[in-house]
Design a protein around this ligand. Structure first.
Ligand SMILES: [Zn+2]
Length: 298
């Protein structure tokens, strides 16, 4: 497995990766990053001795802009290539207007510099997966695993000794950092995430590949850390909400919790982590989850 391509998102190394799988039917990319980092993707492929035109398959873990934003643009340049996506993400990929409109509400003027364009993916260039099936790319077998929790349409991909975990495997920016959950709106689902972790723990792979960021050994400690941090993060937000804090106050509480936890594992981690998933966004996702849970309880 070649090393991940560092897309140097916002000029910062080690935030968003694209992973490359060599097959007898061309290259497969696991996640493309956003359109804004396409030059870095192209340069990274060049460093691996490959060209953009060698890419035949685009395996999306999910359709968030930082993972799938460039997919449509790439397809327009690569007439041979196909995109693989979970069924519940497919419609948004074909017609990304709603996705872009909701992102624009969050990012406003920064949309273009952060993400760039998101072009639609034509239906006939798309293989829609449920999760559970095996896809053959040349002589490489790719097993898609339905892994909701971070996003309702999230897939992980198991290829031999390698397991590509997208965002359901957490954000881990250094060997010494425990995996932490990115929890943006709108799909955060804690029980589903726990089920996905249990599934991925049992996958017989040697190496985990994270979009944010890099490759780590498949060890129970990775998943233990993610579970612990998911419980801690969600409790911080739940308690702050229950104590009557408004969203800005919850955000302050959570940001400080996260800063302290990350700084204890590495002084440079809090800043880099915020590029992968800003704390205010994680608060929005968890606040939405708890508010809906309260409604469900009546
Ligand atoms: Zn992400």
């Amino acid at each position: 497995m070649s090393p991940p391509i560092d897309l140097e998102f916002q000029g910062v190394p080690g935030v968003i990766a694209a992973h490359v799988i060599a097959t007898t039917d061309g290259l497969a990319l696991v996640d493309t990053g956003p359109a804004s980092t396409l030059p870095a993707l192209q340069a990274g492929l060049g460093q691996l001795g490959a060209r953009l035109e060698d890419v035949r398959h685009i395996l999306l873990t999910h359709i968030h802009l930082d993972h799938a934003g460039a997919a449509g643009t790439l397809l327009a340049q690569l007439p041979q290539a196909r995109v693989y996506v979970q069924a519940r993400g497919a419609a948004h990929l074909q017609a990304p207007e709603r996705l872009m409109a909701s992102a624009a509400q969050i990012y406003g003027d920064e949309m273009d510099t952060l993400w760039g364009e998101m072009r639609p993916v034509p239906a006939d260039r798309m293989t829609v997966l449920q999760g559970g099936e095996t896809v053959r790319l040349g002589d490489t077998e790719v097993r898609a695993l339905y892994t909701p929790g971070h996003a309702v349409h999230h897939l992980a991909y198991h290829v031999g000794a390698d397991l590509f975990v997208g965002d359901v495997g957490g954000i881990r920016l250094a060997e010494g950092q425990s995996a932490r959950p990115p929890t943006p709106p709108p799909d955060i689902d804690l029980p589903a995430w726990a089920t996905s972790i249990a599934l991925l723990r049992g996958v017989p792979a040697d190496t985990l590949h994270l979009t944010h960021f890099g490759s780590y050994r498949q060890e129970q400690a990775h998943w233990d850390g993610l579970e612990r941090n998911l419980a801690a993060d969600s409790e911080v937000v739940r308690r702050a909400l229950e104590s009557g804090q408004d969203l800005p106050a919850v955000t302050d509480t959570f940001t400080e919790h996260l800063r302290v936890a990350l700084a204890a594992e590495g002084p440079e981690l809090p800043e880099r982590f915020a590029h992968a998933c800003p704390p205010w966004m994680s608060v929005q996702g968890l606040a939405r989850y708890w508010t809906r849970a309260a409604v469900r309880r009546g």
